[in-house]
Write a protein that binds this ligand. Structure first.
Ligand code: LMR
Length: 397
């Protein structure tokens, strides 16, 4: 019956993380998956989230189905987090926010909606982008192309080439943009570059689809929402998928959202309705627990500042790892420029290591990086940063 089903070659990120789990070497180092580990190498349970969970569980009652669009308290809290409670688009009812199964769920539901209502639009993603973007949108039947982004020569951004490509894009193309902490490169647009992008998006009637999975890991919770708020202020219509996996360390709860900024409140009503239908066709309605933790943290006057401080601490720890890795590597290989570790932001850095060098790191040293050369800097800690630098220096020498 299933002889025609071919073997699965595996996922470049998730399967590598599984391989790490099975590796028996005690000194192995996991810099593959985009997960924040603390200095002891553990995934933290944030105290704010723990406190929220105790309150939520104490109050928990029956478990009815949530509405297709998710819990109302979650949706409002998330919309305010992304756009600011006083944003004119929020006040005018122009934004639809729906609870999603992670931000991946937001990409998928957004992709299905786009395929139905913009059937001839193709999507442009950055070169490179998160390994799963293409798979998700092609899974919705959308043709996926790329625009120039990362500059391997400088470890920075090819902004002019990116703009040129978008100026030449078909009208009503969907443009996938990383709102902050670009995955996999750690290279972001500056605020001035976001501003320069806006007229191009307007002129070509492009439809931005922002992916905001790392809010708080760039410059701050508010600052990392800059692009989202700018586009809404500029009157653009667009999609935003966001996640609490990283910012609240809630990976397994699969808790995220999809927001659609619409031209007016009447269109927002219909978009909400058709999004509900899209959700119903996929998984009916989202799970309850994770969303209630998020809603509690965001709206509780004691827990909110606790969480904000926890995000600062996670961001600062990554920053100090970037500095340490940079310093050790620069001392070991004086002719080489490792400043990209300091300029790139968020969880990831693009090391420029070849797939073969990544294989050597894994096989000889037990250091796991995605074969694109992406390093999850958030997997470094004071106990493994030196060993990582030594291993990198050995494969680079
Ligand atoms: C990553 O990029 O490593 C994370 O976002 C986890 C994933 O689902 O790929």
């Amino acid at each position: 019956m299933f002889q025609h089903v071919e073997a699965y070659p595996g996922d470049p990120i998730l399967s590598l993380n599984e391989a790490f789990g099975k590796d028996p070497r005690p000194n192995k180092i996991n810099l593959s998956i985009g997960i924040y580990f603390d200095d002891a190498g553990k995934i933290p349970m944030l105290p704010s989230v723990r406190a929220a969970e105790l309150k939520v569980v104490a109050e928990a009652g029956a478990r009815p189905y949530l509405p297709m669009e998710g819990a109302a308290n979650f949706r409002t809290a998330v919309q305010h987090l992304l756009f600011g409670a006083d944003h004119v688009a929020v006040k005018k009812g122009r934004i639809v926010t729906l609870q999603m199964v992670g931000s991946s769920g937001g990409l998928k539901i957004g992709g299905d909606f786009i395929k139905r209502y913009f059937p001839t639009s193709s999507m442009l993603v950055s070169d490179p982008t998160w390994d799963n973007h293409r798979a998700v949108f092609e899974g919705s039947g959308i043709t996926v192309k790329t625009y120039p982004y990362y500059d391997a020569a400088t470890g920075g951004l090819r902004f002019d080439a990116m703009l040129d490509a978008l100026k030449a894009a078909d009208k009503k193309s969907i443009v996938l943009l990383h709102a902050c902490c670009h995955n996999p490169t750690g290279v972001d647009l500056t605020q001035a570059q976001w501003q320069a992008l806006v007229p191009v998006l307007k002129e070509r009637e492009l439809i931005p689809f922002l992916d905001l999975a790392y809010q708080g890991y760039g410059d701050g919770i508010e600052q990392d929402a800059y692009a989202v708020r700018l586009l809404a202020t500029e009157g653009l219509s667009f999609f935003v998928a966001n996640s609490f996996s990283k910012s609240m360390s809630l990976y397994g709860e699969r808790c995220g959202a999809l927001s659609v900024v619409c031209p007016d409140a009447a269109q927002a009503v219909n978009v909400l309705g058709q999004m509900k239908a899209t959700i119903r066709r996929n998984y009916s309605n989202p799970p309850m627990h994770g969303g209630q933790l998020v809603a509690r943290v965001l709206s509780d006057p004691e827990l909110r500042p606790m969480w904000e401080a926890e995000v600062v601490a996670m961001r600062d720890r990554i920053q100090s790892m970037r500095r340490q890795l940079h310093d050790v590597l620069s001392a070991k290989l004086p002719g080489r420029d490792f400043s990209y570790f300091l300029t790139q932001r968020g969880m990831f850095s693009y090391t420029g290591l070849s797939p073969e060098q990544c294989d050597r790191l894994k096989e000889e040293f037990g250091v796991y990086l995605v074969r694109s050369g992406r390093m999850c800097v958030a997997g470094l800690n004071s106990g493994n940063v030196e060993a990582t630098a030594n291993a990198m220096a050995a494969v680079l020498a």
